[in-house]
Design a protein around this ligand. Structure first.
Ligand SMILES: Nc1ncnc2c1ncn2[C@@H]1O[C@H](COP(=O)(O)OP(=O)(O)OP(=O)(O)O)[C@@H](O)[C@H]1O
Length: 351
């Protein structure tokens, strides 16, 4: 596949704060990329540099061979063919839906586009976002989800090379969020646009993206497909942030892991070298089984200190000596708060 957006050794410093620390990534044409990380990790800074709102301290951003920024020269924002959707959708109260969507086509760079083509582009953008019937409504007469769709339609109308999205769903309620995910995926499929999507919500990133970039402290921790990121985390941070892994301490000797504090061993499954070097074993919450305390069974002993019913599953927090572990079980399993239990690693667990 043809490379589209190339980011090379990108660094951004604000005074003493290094918001981006030597970031390199190549994004394919038409790819849906999620940038995932906690608050302050540099996601927005990366997006703002791609957009052209910020200049990097060092490094290069190139789009289809064209230099966007290289630390010296910089292509002005209006000459980068971008669509943008941000957390606050910034709609003008006096402009109706249709006028909002027409607006980007009135810019200088679209001057040469014929009126009937513009009309066609606006109609297509309204159709793909389901806004046709609402064309003459003002923002104040729309629901949150409908306003978000106007922002999306406005961003895609001029067929951008890249669509940049910064936490676009964060102000919507839970149900609407899940519906809008589907709409964004539909738009991606229909338009084939490259999408760079910033979020701190791992379920959003895993659900929609072709590849996920996990960031921490201005650095890339891991890049991979949602499956790779979830099933084969390569760092402790990726394992905990995305898969909610329990990080069990102990010691590796060849392919056997000896747990610290317990007379228990685990055989090596698909555990990344990173964890072996650090004498750790990451286990996802569904990779442990809870049984009522049984001193004859070799496992981690602990006490249930929290229980959350979650529909299909129950999420338990189990206090085991100095560590707390999270375990998900089927909802029909009945273990009470305060009960003593034994945790056993399921055989089939990948890690
Ligand atoms: N204009 C600025 N001046 C100084 N420091 C800044 C500036 N913009 C960002 N930073 C710092 O750079 C770091 C990265 O910020 P950034 O906004 O990229 O994080 P983020 O991952 O998008 O966080 P959030 O999810 O909270 O928006 C933070 O430590 C932030 O305080």
């Amino acid at each position: 596949m043809e490379m589209s957006l190339i980011i090379n050794n990108l660094t951004k410093e604000f005074g003493k704060t290094r918001a981006l620390d030597n970031i390199s990534v190549e994004i394919n044409n038409g790819e849906f990329i999620a940038i995932l990380g906690p608050s302050g990790c540099g996601k927005t800074t990366l997006l703002r540099i791609i957009a052209g709102f910020l200049e990097p301290t060092n490094g290069v951003v190139k789009m289809d061979g064209r230099i966007y920024s290289d630390g010296e020269a910089s292509l002005p924002i209006e000459d980068r063919n971008l669509g943008m959707v941000f957390q606050s959708f910034a709609l003008w109260p006096h402009m109706n839906v249709r006028e909002h969507i027409e607006f980007p086509l009135k810019s200088k760079r679209n001057k040469a586009v014929a009126e009937d083509i513009k009309k066609d582009l606006v109609n297509k953008a309204m159709e793909s976002t389901g806004l046709k019937k609402l064309a003459y409504r003002l923002p104040g007469e729309l629901s949150g989800g409908q306003r978000q769709r106007v922002a999306l339609a406005r961003a895609i109308v001029s067929k951008p090379d890249i669509l940049l999205m910064d936490e676009p769903l964060s102000s919507l309620d839970a149900e609407l969020k899940v519906n809008m995910r589907k709409e964004i995926q539909d738009i991606h499929r229909m338009t084939g646009t490259t999408i760079v999507y910033v979020t701190h919500d791992q379920s959003e990133a895993l659900a929609m993206a072709d590849r996920v970039i996990i960031m921490k402290d201005g650095k890339i921790e891991q890049i991979g497909t949602p499956e790779e990121i979830y099933e084969k985390p390569k760092t402790e941070f990726a394992a905990v942030f995305v898969s909610k892994c329990n990080i069990i301490k102990g010691e590796w000797k060849d392919d056997i892991f000896y747990l610290r504090n317990y007379d228990v061993t685990y055989k090596r499954c698909d555990v990344d070298r990173y964890f072996i070097e650090k004498n750790l074993y990451p286990i996802r919450p569904e990779g442990l089984e809870i049984i009522k305390f049984n001193s004859k069974v070799k496992g981690i002993q602990g006490t249930i200190i929290n229980k959350q019913y979650n529909g299909r599953e129950i999420h338990y927090t189990v206090q085991c000596k100095e560590d707390n572990y999270i375990v998900y079980t089927e909802a029909n399993k009945c273990i009470e708060l305060g009960e003593k239990v034994t945790l056993i690693k399921k055989e089939e667990t990948i890690n």
